[in-house]
Design a protein around this ligand. Structure first.
Ligand SMILES: C[S@@+](CC[C@H](N)C(=O)[O-])C[C@H]1O[C@@H](n2cnc3c(N)ncnc32)[C@H](O)[C@@H]1O
Length: 184
């Protein structure tokens, strides 16, 4: 689906702790080992980013909307967080630059061949990616319309021809969780 901008007027809602109903920090950190240099793919206001950063040496918060980064900066950036304004499909990072990546509620916005190729290029062999997003098979009572989402099967199929092994694949009610490891 390429990318969607997120209305900055609604950014305050992204910092509502009620969102932990759909993905807790504990769960996110259980999907991968967040050491070294970690990217947050579609970091938004930094709601999840700040917690992941506490477990990484360096966190690169990536978002296509400068206004999201401005919001995160105003809230107070952790010292080990760098902001990168770029589309996931063209990060401008070196090959194997990332030890890992995390993405919350954004896969349906960035999933494309260019984004998957770019992740295969920039995640080092053995590095992991944790993805949590709304699922197309959910009831759609919260989150984007179900026809704007991917199912767990569609999301794992997106990396089928890529050098990633799916280590965790779990579909819940409104969301799915995936843990990937870059092949050696
Ligand atoms: C729904 S918000 C989620 C933000 C954050 N991950 C969270 O859970 O609070 C999606 C964010 O991803 C960004 N985004 C969407 N498509 C993108 C892309 N292709 N490349 C980089 N950022 C993208 C949007 O600008 C937005 O800030």
């Amino acid at each position: 689906m390429g990318f969607h901008t997120y209305d900055i007027e609604n950014a305050a809602a992204m910092n509502d702790s009620d969102r932990f109903r759909f993905c807790s920090i504990e769960e996110l950190l259980g999907l991968f080992e967040p050491g070294g240099t970690v990217a947050d793919l579609g970091s938004g206001t930094g709601f999840f980013t700040q917690h992941v950063a506490a477990h990484a040496d360096r966190l690169i918060a990536i978002d296509i909307q400068p206004a999201m980064h401005e919001w995160f900066r105003r809230e107070g950036l952790p010292a080990n967080v760098d902001l990168l304004t770029a589309p996931i499909g063209s990060l401008g990072l070196a090959d194997d630059a990332l030890d890992g990546a995390v993405s919350t509620f954004t896969f349906h916005e960035f999933n494309s061949q260019s984004a998957i190729d770019e992740l295969a290029r920039t995640i080092r062999p053995g590095g992991q990616i944790a993805i949590v997003d709304w699922t197309a098979t959910g009831p759609g009572a919260e989150g984007p319309p179900t026809d704007h989402r991917y199912s767990l099967a569609e999301a794992t199929a997106a990396v089928a021809d890529q050098p990633f092994t799916v280590e965790v694949a779990s579909e819940r009610d409104e969301t799915f969780a995936i843990g990937l490891r870059r092949d050696a």
